[in-house]
Design a protein around this ligand. Structure first.
Ligand code: NAP
Length: 262
């Protein structure tokens, strides 16, 4: 694989994805930008082409639409120049579970989980065959926190974290780096989609600072990068507690507390 493989970024028209596109262009990687808003991607691409000289292609796609998704999958499967996938496109919806329509939550899953999974599945065999490359999946700290009252969004991000950790274990030994990035609140347009005023919120990170930190985690080959978390030992202790529980789940008999009705 080339020293600077091409990078395909989903959700590249604004926010975190646009910041990723800029970082990789400045590092000399050619780009494939994917989102629905062609005009915004054109504007970003022409600026980055001028400033960095890299080649940038735009693929207009709605990743909730199977036909559009299939085009991007085929690109990832067949284009051997692409060595890095930034699986970033995602959204959130407002309201409680009973206020959200069944169609709206299904649409959220289509983008935040199905598209992420299908794109990873499209590129992973080729990267494993090459013994190189990277898949970066953008999760969220909400995926750790049912308490945050964003149940379906959090569930999609829990999926992204689990998928990433599992793929890291499967693909890491084959030379493919898999990173989960878990931002907390970051200043982007996503907050407008859930009806929140980001300017009225405390503890919101600038998108450039978020992506710069995520790129440091990328360069260190971290499996999980949580840019705002001050003490990484808290994450390590959380993982250690989870792993300590696992051997105890393999039992021939139910636990003593379930052997009597009361
Ligand atoms: P954003 O500013 O709303 O950008 C979302 C991007 O995804 C846009 O480029 C949008 O472009 C694209 N997109 C949305 N729906 C799409 C669709 N159906 N098909 C293709 N592309 C689509 O949000 P962001 O904050 O940058 O979010 C990026 C990722 O970070 C998401 O996965 C989000 O869950 C995660 N995240 C964000 C925060 C935060 O506080 N901002 C925190 C944790 C995690 P088009 O509209 O042009 O399609």
């Amino acid at each position: 694989m080339a020293a600077h493989p091409s990078v395909l970024v989903t959700g590249a028209s604004t926010g975190i994805g646009a910041a990723y596109a800029e970082r990789f262009a400045r590092r000399g990687h050619d780009l494939v930008l994917v989102a629905r808003n062609t005009a915004r991607m054109e504007a970003l691409a022409s600026r980055l082409r001028e400033e960095t000289g890299v080649a940038i292609e735009i693929v207009t796609a709605d990743l909730t639409q199977p036909a559009d998704l299939a085009v991007v999958e085929a690109r990832l499967r067949d284009d051997t120049r692409i060595g890095i996938l930034i699986n970033n496109a995602g959204t959130a919806i407002g309201g409680s579970f009973i206020e959200q329509s069944t169609d709206a939550v299904a649409q959220l899953l289509a983008l935040n989980t199905t598209a992420v999974l299908r794109l990873a599945s499209a590129i992973a065999p080729r990267l494993a065959q090459a013994g190189a490359g990277a898949i970066v999946n953008i999760g969220s700290v909400v995926g750790l926190a049912p308490e945050f009252a964003m149940t379906v969004y959090g569930a999609t991000k829990a999926f992204v974290l689990f998928l990433s950790q599992g793929l890291s274990l499967e693909l890491g030994p084959k030379g493919v780096y898999v990173q989960a990035v878990l931002p907390a609140a970051t200043r982007t347009e996503i907050w407008g989609h859930v009806g929140a005023d980001v300017d009225a919120m405390a503890g919101v990170m600038d998108v450039n600072e978020l992506v710069d930190a995520a790129m440091i985690g990328f360069d260190r080959r971290e499996a999980v990068t949580i840019p705002p978390l001050p003490d990484v030992e808290q994450w390590n202790a959380f993982q250690a507690a989870r792993q300590a529980l696992l051997p105890n789940t393999r039992q021939e008999h139910a636990a003593a507390r379930y052997r009597t009705a009361n």
